[in-house]
Design a binder for this molecule. Structure first.
Ligand code: GLV
Ligand code: MN
Ligand code: MN
Length: 428
């Protein structure tokens, strides 16, 4: 039975997710790989990431889903549809965190997907299309660069072999670590063809909370480029080497940090620039640093601005190195153009938010998301909910149970519209 009246009957506007259950799942997941200040340290492919995956897979199996794992360790928990020949509607995000990460960045999108399925199960609602809840491996990119790695492989942006060869700072290969934690699957990456992808995520910025708006309709996201700069000088004694005779890579690094700041400031309000990682060698109080490695993150919603920023930084690094008698290399670790999401999918989210009575506004995402790469291979849109003070990539990251549930309700109804409610027994 596929008709509109059954859809209305089965999934009317009063149907809501179970807020308490969603929150309890979020809190239980936050117990896995705790940080030191109330958040999480569950970096990609650590034992803690493995434990989070096992917990998620168990919950999905308890909700009647089949678990599929691809060669990148992406987990696809599948709730069958009534028509086995149709492509799944996918929802999800990531369970890995920053080294000092929050409890919701990524996790909300995965567990809200599970809550959607649990809610449909509670009401005996079947959909024509299967529903897949995905956990994308290594979204954060802090242990293994780049960000959004495995969704990028899924979308054909990177090859599996290239991804396997990425190393963390201790030289451990991504592929070896994926195998070690037991989540290297057999399914060819990208072989699952999707009807649509929806990702619910916390805003990670201050706009929605400041306005008192419940739902962000994400129309697209900023482009981003990561650059690694290596400066080579000469390590020397901090006491006996005259200032004029130094080739100080640490001083060079500090000037590059200032350069990134100036470049971003010269493109306001359409640019941000950050040096989030800096390593000096030998990193000893009484040695002039002989080498420095910096990772630069620049972003803009405007591709032209992003390109201009990169060019300015490259020229600036060259000038700084020249002045300080350093040699240097600059390599791109990551580049993603600004993204515009699929307009019909964005409209679906907007209409659903309005019909559920939520206050909402269009918003451009400042952060990177797996949805960016997914948008290359399937119609994609994102939903955002507020977070306290816009704080994220910080253990203090926080949201309210009501905000989480509002986002999950929009996700539920967007999935219902897209996966096509086909039958409702009214019984699980
Ligand atoms: C992902 O967390 C990003 O860097 O935006
Ligand atoms: Mn995230
Ligand atoms: Mn993040």
């Amino acid at each position: 039975m596929t008709n509109l009246s059954s859809f209305r009957l089965a999934l009317d506007r009063d149907t809501r997710v179970d807020q308490g259950r969603l929150w309890a799942s979020l809190m239980a997941m936050a117990e896995v790989g705790p940080g030191i200040a109330g958040g999480n340290n569950r970096q990609a492919l650590t034992d803690e990431d493995g434990a989070a995956r096992t917990l998620f897979a168990r919950w999905c199996q308890e909700a009647g889903m089949e678990i599929h794992v691809d060669q990148m360790g992406n987990i696809f928990a599948m709730r069958p549809g009534t028509d086995p020949d149709t492509a799944p509607v996918c929802v999800g995000s990531h369970l890995d965190t920053q080294p000092a990460g929050g409890r919701f960045d990524g996790i909300l999108g995965v567990l809200a997907g599970l809550e959607v399925v649990r809610t449909l199960n509670d009401r005996g609602i079947r959909t024509k299309h299967p529903i897949v809840v995905a956990n994308w491996t290594n979204e954060e990119g802090s242990r293994f660069a780049p960000v959004m790695m495995a969704s990028g492989v899924f979308a054909g942006v990177h090859s599996v072999e290239w991804a396997y060869d990425r190393q963390d700072r201790t030289g451990i290969r991504f592929g070896d670590e994926l195998e070690r934690i037991g989540w290297k699957g057999k399914m060819p990456v990208g072989s699952l063809k999707l009807k649509a992808f929806y990702e619910l995520h916390i805003e990670q910025g201050p706009i929605l909370e400041a306005e008192g708006t419940q739902i962000g309709i994400v129309t697209g996201g900023q482009g981003l480029t990561w650059l690694q700069v290596n400066l080579q000088g000469r390590s020397a004694h901090a006491g006996s080497t005259p200032m004029a005779r130094r080739r100080n890579a640490g001083l060079g690094a500090s000037r590059v940090m200032e350069l990134v700041q100036q470049v971003a400031m010269s493109h306001q309000p359409y640019a941000v620039g950050t040096v989030g990682r800096l390593e000096l060698r030998p990193n000893s109080t009484n040695s002039v640093p002989g080498s420095a490695e910096l990772a630069i993150d620049i972003r803009s919603p405007d591709a032209t601005v992003l390109a201009a920023m990169e060019a300015s930084i490259r020229h600036g690094v060259e000038a700084i190195a020249g002045e300080l008698e350093l040699t240097f290399t600059i390599s791109r670790l990551q580049h993603a153009e600004p993204v515009a999401f699929d307009e019909p999918s964005v409209s679906t989210i907007r209409n659903v938010a309005a019909s559920l009575g939520y206050t909402h506004r269009d918003i451009v995402s400042g952060a990177g998301h797996d949805a960016y790469w997914l948008s290359r291979v399937t119609p994609t849109a994102m939903i955002m909910c507020p977070c306290i003070d816009g704080i994220s990539h910080n253990e203090a990251e926080d949201i309210s149970p009501e905000w989480a549930a509002a986002g999950a309700n929009v996700l539920l109804h967007a999935v219902g519209e897209t996966a096509l409610v086909d039958a409702c027994t009214g019984h699980p």
